[in-house]
Design a protein around this ligand. Structure first.
Ligand code: MV4
Length: 457
């Protein structure tokens, strides 16, 4: 059983701070890898030690396999945590970490690779008896084959890149006339973006909700830790996540969580993972779309509902401990909502606008959690994502959580950059949000129909 004394944090921002906190609670030392742009960051300040891994550009730092592994080895770390984004679902990096004698805090490289191939993951779901949207069993090899499948399932269809995920390399095709060109473009884009042009076809289902199930495995056993409803998105960027999903009946919840455990069990899943679905709430039907083999941005929603520390559990599992929980020991309470506070200008199409936080004052009080790396005077660098903070609130029920979120959003003071605070304040009072009568195109169709400025007053 590998003992973990020191963890190298191979990521930045709020998730680096989050990993540091889990390590601290476990009495584990931390070494923060940082780029030149993050030298003055909170993550560096909080770590026991810090190692510069390269220049600001992600390719020269947080995506630089060799620099991260060298930094970990040179600092005497015995484990490495990839966080989310960057190399967190890169099977080759996971293999290289293990080959270098580092404990990789995440899933097995073979499982990362399998689930990274979205067509193969879909096939595994089918073999596990989990519902998927009608479409191709394998990547399509000719436009004729694609046309045959699309005609069989009916338009509109989605052309999805096998190496994509998270909406990348995905195109909606509404008629046969557009199919050939869409296939060619999707395949070319996927080849350029992911080095793999394979694409597959699915019937495009709408209106649907986007619901994901948190799973935890130790390589032998798998449990689920409930679901998160991530339907409020914009261009595949999640803006608000909540749990439990208002759209699920207890019966449907049982079916979805059971299917997530079935898929994860089939591959002997290790670490924290998320199984993503689209849900036709009206018909009480659900469809597997992909599995993410990393800790996710929105994991605090699950932590607030279950009381578990998912990052600490990842570390303990990586150290070889068996899952310390039976499914029957995982209990849920209340309702949690997370809003992502980004340095983006909703009045300019959510354009990222990094800069200096001339004022930063986070909310607090009953049921409020803020996961952030920000502080007054922090210079948000332009090289990475625009996340300033995740504001998560818990309430005994959805209405109390929504009221608290509204209160916390009004308390949140961020000046110096445009933020999504006002968007969230507006959303919390939207009748459709209050009644949870939303679908994946809600933000696009409802809050941004016409010039955005009209809706931000
Ligand atoms: C879908 C879908 C509807 N029908 N698949 C795939 C990547 C994931 N992040 C979202 N995905 C979807 N897959 C079928 N067959 C709807 C989504 C989806 C979505 C699609 C377009 C625009 C925004 C979306 C937000 C959530 C889910």
């Amino acid at each position: 059983m590998p003992t973990i004394n020191t963890v190298f944090i191979a990521n930045r921002g709020e998730i680096a701070v989050r990993i540091n906190r889990a390590c601290r609670d476990l009495g584990i030392r931390t070494v923060q890898g940082y780029s030149q742009a993050d030298a003055d960051s909170l993550a560096v300040r909080l770590a026991d030690e810090a190692v510069c891994i390269g220049a600001a550009a992600a390719k020269q730092s947080y995506l630089n396999h060799a620099a991260l592994i060298a930094g970990a080895k040179a600092s005497g770390a015995d484990a490495i945590h990839p966080g989310y984004g960057f190399l967190s679902e890169n099977a080759e990096f996971a293999e290289q970490c293990e080959a270098a004698g580092l404990v990789y805090i995440g899933s097995q490289p073979s499982v990362i690779r399998l689930m990274g191939d979205k067509a193969a993951a879909r096939k595994l779901a089918i073999e596990s008896g989990v519902p998927v949207s009608q479409g191709s069993k394998e990547p399509v090899s000719t436009p004729e084959e694609a046309a045959e499948i699309a005609n069989r399932v009916g338009y509109p269809v989605l052309v999805k890149a096998s190496a994509g995920g998270g909406g990348r390399g995905m195109r909606v095709v509404s008629s046969e006339g557009d199919l050939r060109e869409s296939l060619e473009r999707a395949s070319m884009e996927a080849a350029a973006a992911f080095g793999n042009g394979a694409v597959y076809i699915e019937k495009y289902l709408h209106p649907v909700r986007h619901i994901e199930v948190q799973v935890l495995g130790d390589g032998k056993r798998v449990v689920h830790v409930g679901e998160r409803d991530c339907t409020i998105q914009r261009r595949h960027q999640k803006l608000v996540e909540e749990g439990p999903s208002p759209a699920l009946t207890p019966a449907l919840r049982g079916r979805i969580t059971e299917s997530a455990v079935a898929i994860a069990s089939k591959v002997g899943y290790r670490s924290a993972g998320t199984v993503e679905y689209i849900v036709d709430a009206a018909r009480q039907e659900f469809y597997f779309i992909e599995m993410n083999t990393r800790i996710q941005v929105e994991h605090p929603v699950t932590e607030m509902l279950s009381g578990l520390d998912l990052v600490a559990l990842q570390i303990r599992i990586a150290a070889g401990e068996p899952l310390p929980l039976e499914q029957s020991q995982i209990a849920f309470s209340g309702h949690a909502i997370e809003c992502r506070i980004n340095a983006e200008d909703p009045e300019k199409g959510f354009l990222p606008r990094p800069g200096t936080l001339t004022e930063y004052s986070a909310p607090s009080g009953p049921g409020v959690r803020v996961d952030s790396h920000a502080f007054p005077g922090y210079v948000l660098p332009p090289h990475y994502d625009s996340l300033i903070a995740k504001l998560i609130v818990w309430g005994a029920n959805r209405e109390e959580a929504r009221a608290r979120m509204r209160r916390a959003l009004t308390e949140f003071r961020v000046e110096g950059v445009p933020t999504t605070l006002k968007f969230h304040q507006r959303l919390m009072t939207e009748p459709d949000f209050i009644s949870s009568d939303v679908h994946t195109r809600y933000v696009k169709e409802t809050m941004w129909a016409g010039h955005p400025a009209q809706h931000m007053l």
